[in-house]
Design a protein around this ligand. Structure first.
Ligand code: 3PG
Length: 406
């Protein structure tokens, strides 16, 4: 490992600040947690710390969004999953939080309030500074003086340069938690494995980020084939001159993705058929799902890839030795248009290749199809996973690499 690991430290009896990423989908009406994949991902680290005094630090959503809320329910869910009492305090670093941290006994766990309630965590003025400067915030100084060790298990937020992610390793002996380690090991295997062909599938809504990753994977000679769907496919189809219809072009413009078309054109010119585009697409018709070939697309919103494309993509996946999928192929929330995404996940699970799926949507589908166990690794990261695959340096990982020695 390029950074210190929890396996190398005996933290028994130590007061540990543990950064996790339990940012989860929340029902806007009931404010209940809809999927606990990320929470479950941290259980091995919590179990490994069962003889320490653990204060958990985490975020939920961002200021201004409707799921920007307290971590009280997350604390209850950790308690249920772990089968051990978990305390919660509605404070991040104030007197109440510090008192609860100092009262912790061996084996006890305390969840601090949403760290993004704290203005220093999210202010541009702070986050634009290097980690050592971020460590001078009140938030970091106060919390750091109440703990002896920092464990970062929050791979999914390691692409952010925010005090809770990058500042503590500058002032506390620190290491990576077991989930952080697992993410880095599995995603590195995707990049470094000599097994070929390596096939990547990109769909979903983070199309701008996906195009940057596709470029990087192709430029570095890592991807042998890139399957495209959803908005990513619409961008490539428009770049190839296919008439995808005014409605789909407007969606690209509204999402400020029309600027990606010229980038996609350059990639198509350079890498040709390694970038695989749909042959047919699915739409809402009068009687339900309707499909059309590229030469005859209606002026309607694209909702899924068509069955010819599904067959072709499944064939490419069947031949892969390494396969990575990020983002759904269509509007999978609506049953008739879940077909492409479900078939993609099924074919990945059936293939005896090293397989990774990323993003909450695909992992939820793998769960509902009961094939999650047949996928080699399910990454908990969204943007962090994409950035890692693109070969970018992640601030949270860099901070651990340069962390204070015990
Ligand atoms: C995520 O959901 O990708 C992580 O929790 C990071 O969240 P953010 O994009 O709001 O920083």
């Amino acid at each position: 490992m390029e950074f210190p690991s929890l396996r190398d430290h005996n933290l028994e009896g130590k007061r540990v600040l543990l950064r996790v990423d339990i940012n989860s989908p929340i029902d806007p009406r009931s404010m209940e947690i809809l999927d606990d994949l990320r929470i479950r991902g941290h259980l091995p680290t919590l179990q490994a710390l069962e003889k320490s005094k653990v204060a958990i630090m985490a975020h939920q959503s961002r200021p201004g969004l409707e799921d920007f809320t307290t971590l009280e329910k997350h604390a209850r869910r950790i308690e249920e999953l772990l089968g051990r009492r978990v305390k919660y305090v509605d404070d991040v670093f104030g007197a109440a939080a510090r008192e609860e941290i100092s009262k912790l006994r061996d084996g006890e766990i305390l969840v601090l309030e949403n760290v993004r309630f704290c203005s220093e965590e999210v202010s541009d003025e702070v986050t634009s500074k290097p980690p050592r400067e971020q460590a001078k915030t009140n938030f970091v100084r106060k919390l750091a003086s109440y703990v002896e060790f920092f464990v970062n298990d929050a791979f999914a937020v390691s692409h952010r340069s925010q005090p809770s992610v990058v500042a503590f390793p500058t002032v506390l002996p620190s290491c990576a938690g077991l989930l952080m380690e697992k993410e880095v090991v599995n995603l590195s295997r995707v990049i470094e494995s000599a097994e070929r062909p390596k096939v990547f599938s990109f769909g979903g809504t983070k199309a701008g980020d996906s195009i940057s990753v596709i470029k990087s994977l192709l430029d570095r000679g890592i991807a042998d084939a890139v399957l495209t769907s959803g908005l990513v496919a619409n961008i490539f189809l428009a770049a190839r001159g296919v008439e995808i219809g005014a409605e789909n072009m407007e969606t690209l413009a509204k999402k400020k993705l029309d600027g990606q078309i010229s980038k996609a054109r350059e990639l198509l010119e350079k890498y040709g058929e390694r970038i695989v585009l749909p042959m047919d697409l699915a739409f809402q018709g009068d009687e339900g799902r309707e499909e059309a070939p590229l030469a005859d697309l209606p002026n309607r919103k694209v909702l899924d890839i068509g069955v010819e494309t599904i067959a072709q993509y499944s064939k490419v996946v069947r031949e892969a030795r390494v396969v990575v999928a990020n983002g759904p192929c269509g509007v999978f929330e609506s049953a008739p248009f879940a077909l492409g995404t479900e078939e993609l996940v099924r074919s990945i699970a059936q293939r005896k290749a090293f397989s990774v799926i990323g993003g909450g949507h695909l992992s939820a589908i793998a769960g509902s199809l009961k094939v999650a166990k047949s996928v080699s690794y399910i990454s908990t990261g969204g943007k962090a996973t994409l950035s890692f695959l693109a070969g970018e340096k992640l601030p949270g990982i860099e901070a651990l690499q340069g962390s204070r020695k015990p």
